[in-house]
Design a protein around this ligand. Structure first.
Ligand code: 87F
Length: 531
């Protein structure tokens, strides 16, 4: 099993390695070299599993969770991280869902090169200007300088669109619907955080081309709905769909929609994914035109949209607790971990057989179950490790369970235990997993909703901001006013800005004024600090 064999081997030879999961580190430092060991010792070790608490030191807690759960290994280039199977398998499950859905929308898979010439990148210069400091360049091969430096894609508009221009000739070539799964590099300078802000990350980028604005508008929302489903149905993270302000939208596009999540512990909003209508800006820049049915030259309408591995980080922040990660069943690489609990002279072989049979039965039913049969670890030690990795359900089978033809199931989210007859295994596990998934979303939504405050004045706004709230405020929708709010809230924690204008708008009684300018309010918008 990948789980920890390497770490376990390392643990047997205690070193100073700080990259070991805390439980393994503690084990390595304990006097009991055998691992597992006496009951007392195990208890002490499992307690030491997590050094930080979510409510006490959120930043350290987060780093500890992603490392100890074996999702992430830190790398020796700042802002770059190793994604281990526990993270990549989640990414693959999300990808499987999203790919199947966009296939229904007739998206085709592409792969464009990683590199782009300076010349082409500059074509987008109006919009690239703000982003320029983040572009990474290759200037040498071996010891010799390249004839001209080439950039590593921070996004692929400039890589793709010259070829869209070449491929699109007539209305019969439309729509063109392209999606690629790849890595991109943005050399960020503000504090890097695994998944949330890294210098290289994984994403899908969709780029589509239509003959009419109506088709483009429709697709923007279809994709946004898929992003909502990724967050809410898979990651159990509540999000708000909405539209970005003129200041926060992608400057190269016509309008930007997004799904926005909120992290109660830090009081920060976080953009979950974006779906842009690019309008005809890029069509002009890259000369993407077609001959319409009347035989006239016409400019295309374009969209682009993306979600990234950041989504995994948002999920970790939302559900994790002081014991480590908590995974929603729909994305858990292992949904059920089966642990034999042998006792002194009990029928060890019988217990192991019952465990194997439980795993087999669950796997046959399409449930991701696995057996932890490692003999050098005590059951208690295994419990903590699988709790740290966030596995939703743990099944324990001991002598009493064997005799009674039952299994004990323990939930990761609330620790409740139930004994169920082995004959009902699949049915009961299904019910528990579904309940677990629903409970995570409900709990997260209740926590998020408890942070939303509706304000009407500047004083209320500042009070709510200091109180780490997600602020819903009546706004005049003027760019100057958003700039002004940014300037007036600038500080160590970062300025407040609009997160989005939710599509789901509360009533706006006439006469309502903007909280910041006193002018007539045009809409309700979410405001706050953000990632
Ligand atoms: C960083 C460096 C260079 C964001 C950048 O959102 C360029 C850029 O164009 C850049 N950071 N952007 C905007 C990306 C827009 C758009 N691209 C396709 C998306 C979705 C996927």
């Amino acid at each position: 099993q990948e789980l920890s064999s390497a770490n376990l081997r390392r643990a047997a030879v205690p070193t100073s390695s700080t990259s070991l999961p805390a439980v393994v580190r503690d084990l390595a430092m304990s006097t009991n070299k055998g691992g597992g060991g006496g009951k007392k010792e195990v208890k002490k070790e499992t307690k030491l599993g997590m050094a930080y608490k979510k409510d006490d030191n959120f930043g350290e807690w987060y780093s500890e969770v992603v490392v100890n759960s074996e999702m992430i290994e830190y790398y020796d280039i700042s802002g770059c991280y190793i994604l281990r199977p526990w993270a990549m398998e989640i990414w693959e499950l999300l990808k499987e869902f999203f790919d199947a859905e966009i296939k229904k929308l007739k998206l085709k898979p592409y792969y464009f090169p990683l590199f782009v010439t300076e010349n082409v990148l500059q074509k987008e210069k109006d919009h690239i200007e703000g982003f320029a400091p983040e572009v990474a360049w290759v200037t040498k091969s071996g010891k010799s300088d390249l004839e001209a430096p080439i950039a590593i894609r921070p996004t692929s508009e400039t890589v793709m669109y010259p070829y869209f221009s070449k491929w699109i000739r007539s209305h019969r070539d439309l729509p063109l619907k392209c999606n690629q799964w790849c890595n991109v590099v943005r050399w960020e300078f503000s504090n890097p955080t695994p998944f949330i802000r890294s210098r290289e990350f994984l994403w899908q980028e969709g780029h589509t081309v239509f003959a009419t604005k109506e088709e483009a508008d429709e697709e923007v929302l279809q994709i946004l709905e898929l992003y909502r489903r990724i967050y809410e149905e898979f990651l159990a993270v509540p999000v708000s769909k909405g539209r970005k302000s003129e200041m926060e939208k992608f400057a190269g596009g016509l309008y930007t929609t997004s799904v926005e999540a909120f992290i109660p512990n830090t009081g920060r909003g976080i953009q979950g994914a974006t779906s842009h209508c690019l309008g005809q800006n890029f069509a002009k820049m890259f000369d993407i035109t077609f001959e319409n049915e009347k035989g006239e030259r016409s400019m295309v309408w374009q969209n682009s949209w993306a979600y990234t591995t950041r989504s995994i980080g948002v999920m970790v922040m939302t559900h994790g607790d002081d014991k480590g990660l908590v995974l929603p069943p729909k994305v858990a690489p292992i949904q059920v971990i089966v642990i034999p609990v042998p006792f002194k002279d009990a029928d060890t072989t019988g217990i192991k057989g019952a465990c194997e049979s439980a795993v087999y039965t669950l796997n046959q039913a399409g449930i991701r179950a696995d057996l932890d049969a490692r003999e050098n670890y005590s059951p208690g030690w295994k419990y903590s490790q699988w709790e740290m990795k966030g596995v939703p359900l743990r099944i324990e089978i001991g002598p009493k369970d064997l005799a009674n033809k039952q299994v004990r199931i323990v939930r990761r989210d609330n620790g409740t235990k139930v004994d169920i007859p082995s004959t009902d295994l699949v049915e009961q596990v299904r019910v528990l997993l579904d309940g677990f998934q629903a409970n995570l979303l409900e709990t997260a939504k209740a926590k998020r909703d408890a942070c939303i405050v509706i304000i009407s004045t500047w004083d209320e706004f500042i009070a709510a901001l200091n109180d780490k709230k997600l602020i819903l405020a009546p706004w005049c929708d003027e760019e100057e006013v958003e700039k002004d709010v940014k300037a007036r809230t600038k500080g160590e924690l970062g300025a407040a800005k609009t997160l989005c204008t939710p599509f789901d708008q509360p009533d706006l009684p006439s006469g309502t004024v903007c909280f910041a300018s006193g002018k007539p309010a045009q809409k309700w918008s979410f405001w706050g600090r953000s990632y």
